[in-house]
Design a protein around this ligand. Structure first.
Ligand code: NAD
Length: 501
């Protein structure tokens, strides 16, 4: 019997720790199991759905301004508890504390945007669409909605979802990643403290059993998912099959194009953060540099090697660390395997991070930054998402060749171009088949009042995450047409289709 602290569920405003299957949660910097997360059974998820369903009528009819005020209180609590939350993120994910703070801040910006819900839900009104007839469209809550989130942003990605869903009048079931569940649960507790009524937000920890229950239960009306592409595709097809509205954001392989006229030192600095920040475990990370021209490639590689030599790999709690460990042992093995594979495939390994050891953390999942040159489109390290600190340089001769490569790739999440040429930048942003594009901006992650989403196999569904698209995703349009003829006015019978002719 494990004596580790238990991470349970939050259902109907109460902590639930009904015994069930469970899984250890590791500290990736030490390799030690520190918690035991419960994996919800079908019955536990159904209990959460029932609580959400029961809370819905009153919450739906709560004035939007009152719902928004809860978001305002919640934002203040998140800021007050930021240190505590970031410690939890670093202890389970491994990212350095400053990076944890960055993700939390981005999450808080989504809470801030959700607090504008009364404005965003105002609807559309037209007077006199016909004689004494007025018409308006309003955006009504769906009911019980659900979100399934990945390990790499345990605070931010859930905050992309449920604050806007509940601000729009829905109730929500969140199924966080079982690999780093603690901060997500703590944040949900703060939402209750901020005034969210019990049952409006429920958190169930779990795995496939919990997810499948959410996907098949007819009481769940919409599902948001963020994670890897194979699971995103499964969630989309299963959810749609069961009549739900689904948005499923998947994986990525983002290319950064460096043009011959780019400001190379600035591009190198930008690439360093985008490739190695959060140990490369970001869906908007840059794992591929496409250098236009050999002299561009040489200059970029020289700059990267110099900067990589200065990097400090260590515990995320150590203020000197630039990069922490990978999230789990299996993920560490997988990423290291890709480096072995790149060598076997014939790419040139210029910087090898496989031997890195961190004193005092010998059992941690640390991999140093790696750099490959001569990466070719046929290679696995080019095609597949590695999700680790492995950067590959692809050499091409023209911008068009770079763009053809990007367009041919199965993923289309993010991309960027480094150039001083406005015409090239405009051609790139106008034509590239990718959902989020940067010009001299390595991580073009939209701010909270725009929406986030990739193209091709990086997103299944029509609406993007957060921002204005989230208001549409979490509401149903209803259009009402009403006539109030003046007293005594008689309307004749009309058999033709009503029109304004
Ligand atoms: P993952 O797909 O393994 O897990 C995501 C969620 O799905 C978790 O909650 C997990 O419990 C659940 N899940 C896993 N296997 C399942 C199964 N067989 N059936 C049902 N549910 C299942 O992803 P991850 O490793 O936690 O996260 C990393 C991935 O997420 C990367 O591919 C990354 O690119 C992607 N990601 C994408 C975005 C985006 O916005 N496009 C953002 C962040 C992360």
């Amino acid at each position: 019997m494990s004596t580790l602290p238990i991470v349970g569920h939050l259902i109907g405003g109460k902590s639930v720790t009904t015994p069930s299957r469970s899984q250890e949660v590791f500290n990736p910097a030490t390799g030690k199991a520190e918690k035991q997360v419960l994996l919800a059974s079908k019955a536990t998820v159904e209990e959460a759905i029932a609580n959400a369903q029961a809370a819905f009528p009153a919450w739906r009819n709560t004035p939007p301004l009152k719902r928004a005020r809860v978001m305002g209180n919640f934002k203040v609590l998140l800021e007050k508890h930021a240190d505590e939350i970031c410690q939890m993120i670093t202890a389970e994910h491994g990212k350095v504390l400053s990076d944890a703070l960055g993700e939390l801040q981005r999450g808080i910006e989504n809470v801030e945007y959700a607090s504008y819900a009364p404005e965003l839900l105002k609807g559309e009104h037209s007077k006199n669409v016909g004689p004494a007839i007025d018409s308006w469209s309003e955006f009504q809550a769906l009911g019980v909605t659900a979100g399934i989130t990945p390990f790499n942003f345990p605070a931010m990605v859930p905050l992309w979802m449920w604050p806007m869903a509940v601000a729009c009048g829905n109730c929500f079931i969140l199924k966080p990643s079982e690999r780093d569940p603690t901060s997500t649960l703590r944040i949900a507790e703060l939402a209750l403290e901020a005034g969210l009524p019990p049952g409006v937000l429920n958190v169930v920890n779990g795995d496939k059993e919990a997810v499948d229950t959410l996907l098949t239960d007819p009481r769940v009306k919409a599902v948001s998912f963020v994670g890897s592409t194979p699971i995103a595709e499964y969630i989309y097809s299963e959810g749609c099959k069961h009549g739900k509205r689904v948005q499923a954001l998947g994986g990525a392989k983002n290319h950064a194009v460096v043009m011959p006229d780019a400001d190379v030192p600035n591009a190198v600095n930008a690439l360093m953060g985008a490739a190695f920040g959060s140990c490369g475990e970001r869906c908007m990370a840059i794992p591929l540099v496409v250098a236009v021209g050999d002299s561009t490639a040489e200059a970029v590689i020289a700059g990267l090697k110099a900067e990589m030599a200065k990097m400090t790999v260590g515990s995320g709690f150590d203020a000197k660390s630039d990069m922490g460990p990978l999230v789990t042992k299996p993920h560490f093995e997988k990423v290291k395997g890709y480096v072995d594979q790149g060598v076997a495939e014939g790419a040139t390994l210029l910087v090898d991070g496989r031997g890195v050891k961190v004193a005092g953390h010998e059992d941690g999942y640390f991999l140093g930054p790696c750099l490959f040159d001569n990466v070719k489109p046929g290679m696995k390290i080019y095609q597949e998402e590695i999700f680790g600190p492995v950067l590959g340089v692809v050499r091409v001769k023209t911008l068009q060749e770079a763009m053809d490569l990007i367009d041919a790739h199965e993923y289309g999440n993010g991309t960027c171009i480094f150039t001083r040429d406005g015409e090239a930048a405009r051609y790139f942003t106008d034509n590239i088949l990718v959902g989020m594009v940067g010009v001299n901006v390595p991580l073009p992650v939209p701010v909270a009042y725009h929406s986030f989403g990739g193209w091709k196999r990086s997103l299944f569904g029509d609406l993007h995450a957060y921002g204005p698209d989230a208001v549409r995703f979490y509401t149903k349009r209803k259009t009402i047409t009403q006539r109030w003829p003046s007293a005594g006015v008689r309307e004749g019978t009309v058999f033709s289709f009503p029109s304004s002719k």
